[in-house]
Design a protein around this ligand. Structure first.
Ligand SMILES: Cc1cc2nc3c(=O)[nH]c(=O)nc-3n(C[C@H](O)[C@H](O)[C@H](O)COP(=O)(O)OP(=O)(O)OC[C@H]3O[C@@H](n4cnc5c(N)ncnc54)[C@H](O)[C@@H]3O)c2cc1C
Length: 475
């Protein structure tokens, strides 16, 4: 039977599989997804998780809801497109190979780390549940420590929070986190600084909405500094590009993403790190390899010639079903069609009754924007039980304003920039073409190339007692 393997269960991979389940009869293909976690993460609501308004489980859609898809827990660290295999690293750090007949590359993007002294060591990213839960805990811990110290300088550093990157993720995070701090300890004065090299916040909103968002953030007491970034980060301070040194104990880095490192290992053309594909999301030169979402440079047929789609959930969740139809066409069902999607606008919830939104490019601010944002997220969340949980989280929060409690389950090392996103799992060699040789050699050494699929070896760190490498800090 034809095996269709999706790498990554984010917006692109999840929606592609869901549509394939619908389009293909059971006996037409075996569907497999390889993902490091057993859930699809609804990232647009991570700021609500970090702000304590939404439970992490509400935004994690179980992959078990994909009833006809076999889930393989692990990360793909290499792919041999000519040999039609991928190398999967399981949570124990073991490697094995898996065959495929159609390959869907949807591993998304990772936080873009610049060569700024101290950034990798001391900043925290904001792309995963691990990071969102850590930031929630960490803000509360800093406030508690600030409340019990007599040292004025220490108190100031503990209550100063810096967020770099004023896109959707950074702006929404700072708004939600400031509210969390105010609710956790109304007696402490906290300082929130949002930096961005650009000259506006959330420029993707278009029109005058970025200005309105800026006004809304400043009205909340958030210091927004534009045309500025950081040039050095230490454990207890950040130095801005204008030379200002600000003592702080938490710096959140949301200043951009780059395509998954897996894309660079394939030895194929990339555009700004994203794998080049045609408008049908097919990798040139391969009839059975496809890519989409943040990891792929999908042509934007509605934009200027040569434009590629933005790295947004909006695109990825529409590319998924479009690609599913093209894959079904490659199996003789229907016709392949190019991906074409007109931007429907963006929504941003800035906490309380504040928000900005541009549904169908109609500019909204305040409560109407907030209502549109909430309805949009509720409808876009992929499972009924998650929708019910989310609605109940929001409702209970508005009704009872629960006092926040941190469990401190995520350690500093788990939440480090490189560890939370597992940036260290990819073998270090640079392939000449078609993928890195060392990961495949390691897979062969670890186990056997599996025609039937994901059977792991018992060598290397495979002992059930050994510490899972995937959970070790890599940074
Ligand atoms: C905090 C935050 C807020 C955001 N808000 C918005 C918003 O409001 N609106 C909007 O349009 N966009 C938003 N985005 C952007 C949006 O999340 C991305 O554009 C979208 O997730 C891209 O979808 P994707 O399928 O390409 O990748 P993802 O959704 O990131 O999924 C990639 C999947 O692949 C898995 N994976 C990674 N590497 C491997 C590997 N080697 N092997 C196997 N699996 C792998 C990952 O674990 C993940 O499950 C936000 C992003 C963040 C971080």
């Amino acid at each position: 039977m034809t095996r269709i393997v999706a790498v990554g269960a984010g917006f692109g991979g999840f929606h592609c599989l869901r549509t394939l389940q619908r389009l293909l009869p059971r006996n037409a293909a075996e569907l497999v997804v390889v993902n490091p976690k057993d859930y699809h993460l609804y990232t647009p609501l991570l700021p609500h998780v970090a702000g304590g308004r939404v439970h992490p489980a509400s935004v994690a859609v179980s992959l078990r809801t994909l009833k006809r898809t076999r889930f393989v827990r692990g990360s793909v660290v290499d792919a041999d497109l000519d040999g039609k295999t991928i190398t999967v690293r399981d949570p124990m750090g073991r490697h094995h190979e898996m065959n495929w007949d159609r390959l869907v590359l949807a591993p998304g993007a990772v936080t873009r780390i610049f060569d700024i002294p101290g950034l990798k060591e001391h900043a925290h990213g904001f792309k995963t549940i691990t990071e969102a839960v850590y930031l929630f805990d960490r803000v509360l811990a800093n406030l508690d420590m600030a409340a019990s110290t007599q040292d004025a300088a220490e108190k100031e550093a503990l209550t100063t929070f810096i967020v770099v990157g004023a896109g959707l993720a950074g702006a929404e995070y700072v708004a939600q986190a400031r509210r969390l701090a105010a609710a956790a300890n109304p007696h402490l004065t906290t300082r929130w600084i949002l930096l961005d090299m650009a000259d506006s916040v959330m420029p993707q909103l278009g029109g005058d909405l970025p200005d309105k968002a800026l006004k809304a953030l400043r009205s909340e007491g958030i210091e927004v500094r534009l045309g500025m970034s950081v040039k050095e980060v230490t454990a207890d301070s950040a130095t801005f590009t204008d030379g200002t040194r600000v003592p702080c104990r938490l710096l959140v880095w949301t200043a951009g993403v780059s395509a998954s490192p897996l894309m660079g290992r394939l030895g194929l053309p990339t555009d700004r790190g994203r794998l080049v594909v045609n408008a049908e999301m097919r990798v040139p030169g391969y009839t059975d390899v496809f890519a989409l979402g943040d990891a792929a440079a999908v042509p934007d047929l509605t934009g200027e010639p040569g434009a590629i789609c933005g790295q947004t959930a909006q695109h990825a969740m529409r590319q998924g079903p479009a690609l599913a139809r093209n894959i079904a066409a490659s199996l003789g069902r229907g016709e392949a069609r190019p991906y074409r999607h007109h931007d429907l606008g963006m929504v941003a919830d800035l906490g309380g009754f504040k928000g900005v939104a541009s549904p169908l490019h109609v500019p909204l601010v305040g409560l109407p924007a907030k209502a549109v944002a909430s309805a949009y997220h509720l409808m876009s969340l992929e499972s009924l039980s998650n929708q019910a949980r989310l609605a109940s989280d929001w409702f209970m929060h508005a009704l009872t304003r629960p006092a926040p409690t941190s469990f401190g389950l995520v350690t500093d090392s788990h939440a480090a920039l490189t560890a939370a996103e597992q940036l260290g799992i990819y073998p270090a060699d640079k392939p000449s073409s078609g993928g890195g040789a060392d990961a495949r050699a390691k897979a062969k050494q670890d186990g056997q190339a599996q025609h039937g699929g994901a059977k792991a070896s018992s060598s290397g760190s495979s002992s059930a007692k050994s510490k899972p490498k995937a959970h070790q800090a890599t940074g």
